[in-house]
Design a protein around this ligand. Structure first.
Ligand SMILES: NC(=O)c1ccc[n+]([C@@H]2O[C@H](COP(=O)([O-])OP(=O)(O)OC[C@H]3O[C@@H](n4cnc5c(N)ncnc54)[C@H](O)[C@@H]3O)[C@@H](O)[C@H]2O)c1
Ligand SMILES: [Zn+2]
Length: 341
């Protein structure tokens, strides 16, 4: 097992890579806890949970709401959970975001941890202390920064995950390699077959490297004022695709990374050969590299992006595979490029 530490202002988080759900009990105070999970994870794994109270929420983004939060608070009160309670979220990014928010606000905050069960949660969502819910159609509009005490990453849980969900995690993995580590990019390129077979050694290595990269970025900039913005590579356009086309986050981010790389080439920062390598890797991982989209609708969604600062936008560009920088670009310039493509 490998342990990586995330040090945030709100606390320290131990990311336990290669630990198992079966060992969860070891991390609970006196073996006591309340589990929050979703219906799919409960169906597949509840028989492996420790014998404690389980709160099951619905699956999907439509359940990442204040209403679900209120239901959780009701259940916590009914279970007479007090300030000494320990809450464990077992599931993907949605369970993590909801659990983290519920735990860090219930009675002004109780202790909590996660068992990350999707690839996206393992390499991205449960690392970094961001949590929250959607509000009136705005994604992640309400939440807090608060670090989980531990995150158990059990690679065996990926075996039951649908291929489309695996692809979502792989998009973030390619993102980490693109922004921070050329050797990691080579490793993914060399081992596409083993990744497709979810080979345990390969997946452990990938998850570990991704967590190291994300943890380093978060340790340097928990609140996203500089370095953490690099993690948004492919996400500015990705979010606009996700919203306007209703496609999965991973697919949208993949196409977003291709466009951000194209813009990097246009700005003379990335070579056309590197651009081709990125496209090829994504398509070998069954991620889309091109999408049919309504340019005006995407530009409109871009203009509504909450991360936009007035007429300028922080845009993550690559200065090579494994190297990135955040540039402030005029929204009109991005629009002109998009429309003119
Ligand atoms: N907090 C952060 O920093 C951060 C970062 C990235 C994403 N997110 C959030 O994460 C969410 C997406 O997370 P996700 O992709 O994990 O989605 P998810 O939590 O919806 O999980 C995807 C699907 O897989 C099912 N599932 C989970 N584990 C399974 C398993 N082991 N086997 C079979 N099925 C399983 C779930 O029930 C769900 O249907 C979004 O809401 C996003 O905003 C948060
Ligand atoms: Zn993402």
């Amino acid at each position: 097992m490998q342990e990586i530490i995330v040090q945030g202002q709100s606390g320290r988080s131990r990311i336990l890579i290669g630990e198992t759900l079966a060992n969860l009990n070891r991390y609970l105070p006196d073996g006591r806890a309340i589990i929050i999970t979703d219906e799919n994870v409960a169906r597949l794994y509840a028989d492996q949970f420790p014998p404690v109270e389980v709160i099951t929420i619905g699956s999907g983004e439509t359940h990442k709401t204040m209403e679900t939060l209120a239901q959780i608070f009701d259940r916590l009160i009914a279970a007479e959970a007090d300030r000494s309670a320990f809450i464990v979220g077992i599931g993907g990014g949605i369970v993590g975001d909801v659990t983290g928010f519920a735990a860090s606000t219930y009675m002004r905050g109780v202790r909590f941890g996660f068992v990350a069960s999707t690839l996206l949660a393992q390499v991205d969502a449960t690392v970094g202390g961001k949590n929250g819910v959607n509000f009136k159609g705005y994604k992640n509009m309400v939440g807090v920064f608060c670090q989980p005490e531990f995150v158990i990453i059990d690679i065996a849980m990926l075996k039951t995950l649908p291929p489309a969900e695996i692809a979502c995690g792989l998009a973030e993995i390619v993102k980490h390699a693109c922004i921070a580590d050329a050797v990691y990019f080579d490793d993914i390129e060399t081992h596409c077959d083993r990744i497709a077979a979810l080979d345990a050694t390969t997946m452990l290595r990938l998850v570990q490297r991704s967590v190291e990269i994300k943890a380093a970025v978060v340790n340097a900039d928990e609140r996203e004022s500089g370095e953490r913005r690099k993690l948004n590579f492919g996400h500015t356009l990705g979010h606009a695709f996700e919203k306007t086309l209703g496609i999965s986050h991973g697919a949208a981010v993949s196409a977003g990374m291709v466009l951000a790389s194209e813009l990097s080439v246009r700005q003379g920062l990335l070579s056309p050969e590197e651009f081709e390598r990125i496209k090829k890797l994504l398509s070998r991982l069954h991620l889309p590299t091109e999408l049919e989209f309504d340019r005006a609708a995407v530009f409109d969604a871009l203009k509504k992006d909450k991360k936009r600062q007035r007429a300028q936008m922080h845009f993550v560009l690559l200065t090579g595979i494994g190297r990135s920088e955040v540039r402030s670009i005029a929204i009109e310039e991005i629009g002109a490029w998009l429309m003119g493509r």
